[in-house]
Design a protein around this ligand. Structure first.
Ligand SMILES: [Zn+2]
Length: 360
């Protein structure tokens, strides 16, 4: 019966893993790490140790035939306070109606399918008695030992299970904060510039779906951009981008972005602020800094090659180009040209420096 039930999920395109229970711990049978990224063949399925299985789980970060991810809201009543239990129980009723299962420990599972790949959310277990099982965790399903189906519903398809989870709990969605401090009319303009560069596959209420520009070929569109919160999610590596990071990664020059002097070094870039050079990672976080006059030293170039993984010869060439441009730019400042240097979008760190004065 376990095997037959698991087979139905497998037929929908999900990868499944047999499990055994030791007291209240579930133990996957066999090595299942590869099923995060590779589709199980029918032979793979048949070769699983079903003989000793007491249940099965679904690998939540491998999408089904329609590109949908399994996401399970888990109401857990073990090792949580009475207060959290009461809060979780009340919130449970606010989730969209869907397939409901009882778990071995007396908790409740709400089973959804999500178009946008969700990540696991576990930090509200103690406060709300609720977790989101997703993003690579194994979701144990009925009729595993101790699990029963409580209604006749099929799993409801949600556009963004993670977003709904945050919304019902009334907590912050940290993905929505990545563009903090940028005016929304500017973001809207940037989105249309970026959209023109993507292979858009469709639109939902909240998201634009595209074939992933970073992992071609991408048969199922595995890249989504939120239309009003302006963050992007890559389903392959779970990377969340703000529009500025995305534009840079795609080589799109955004309107209204004064870049200052900048130069790409692999996934990093050099940025000049006054007379200091910063090496920023793709999230705009500085990982190295030196004075402009020290940039062209052997020691610095060796360090840059180590940090970025870029060839030493390439680093030499880029540094020469950067230093040259820096000198040209600093000379031109004498003609009262404003240079505008922007280093970060975080408001507290954002530095808009209108440097009208002479630099030397
Ligand atoms: Zn990708």
């Amino acid at each position: 019966m376990i095997r037959e039930a698991a087979y139905k999920w497998w037929q929908h395109g999900f990868n499944v893993v047999p499990v055994k229970f030791f007291e209240d711990k579930k133990q996957p049978l066999g090595d299942w790490a590869r099923w995060h990224s590779k589709r199980q063949s029918e032979k793979d399925f048949n070769d699983l140790p079903w003989g000793s299985a007491e249940g099965f789980g679904i690998v939540t970060d491998y999408p089904n035939n329609e590109g949908l991810f399994l996401a399970v809201v888990d109401y857990d009543v073990k090792r949580v306070s009475e207060e959290a239990k009461a809060k979780g129980k009340e919130l449970l009723g606010k989730f969209p109606i869907t397939r409901m299962e009882k778990t071995a420990t007396g908790g409740i599972h709400l089973v959804y399918l999500s178009k946008v790949k969700p990540k696991a959310v576990r930090e509200f277990h103690d406060s709300h008695a609720l977790e989101l099982i997703a993003g690579g965790l194994l979701a144990v399903m009925a009729p595993s030992k101790g699990y029963t189906i409580l209604n006749d519903n099929e799993p409801t398809i949600l556009e963004d299970a993670q977003g709904i989870f945050y919304q019902v709990l009334g907590v912050n969605d940290d993905r929505a904060e990545v563009n903090e401090g940028v005016d929304s009319s500017l973001l809207e303009k940037w989105l249309s510039q970026i959209k023109a560069k993507l292979k858009v596959a469709g639109e939902g209420h909240q998201y634009i779906y595209a074939h992933c520009p970073f992992h071609p070929p991408d048969k199922h569109p595995s890249f989504a951009i939120h239309k009003t919160k302006y963050y992007a999610v890559d389903f392959h590596d779970n990377q969340v981008y703000n529009l500025r990071q995305l534009a840079r990664a795609l080589g799109v020059e955004l309107d209204g972005v004064p870049e200052g002097l900048t130069c790409k070094l692999g996934a990093y870039r050099l940025n000049l602020v006054e007379r200091d050079v910063f090496l920023l990672d793709f999230k705009d976080q500085p990982v190295f800094t030196c004075k402009l006059h020290a940039l062209n030293s052997e020691k610095t170039k060796t360090r840059l090659a180590e940090l970025t993984g870029v060839d030493k010869a390439d680093v030499e060439r880029k540094v020469a180009e950067f230093t040259f441009k820096a000198h040209v730019m600093q000379n031109s400042v004498r003609d009262e040209q404003p240079t505008i240097l922007m280093t970060s979008w975080k408001p507290e760190k954002r530095m808009l420096m209108f440097s009208m004065r002479k630099l030397r």
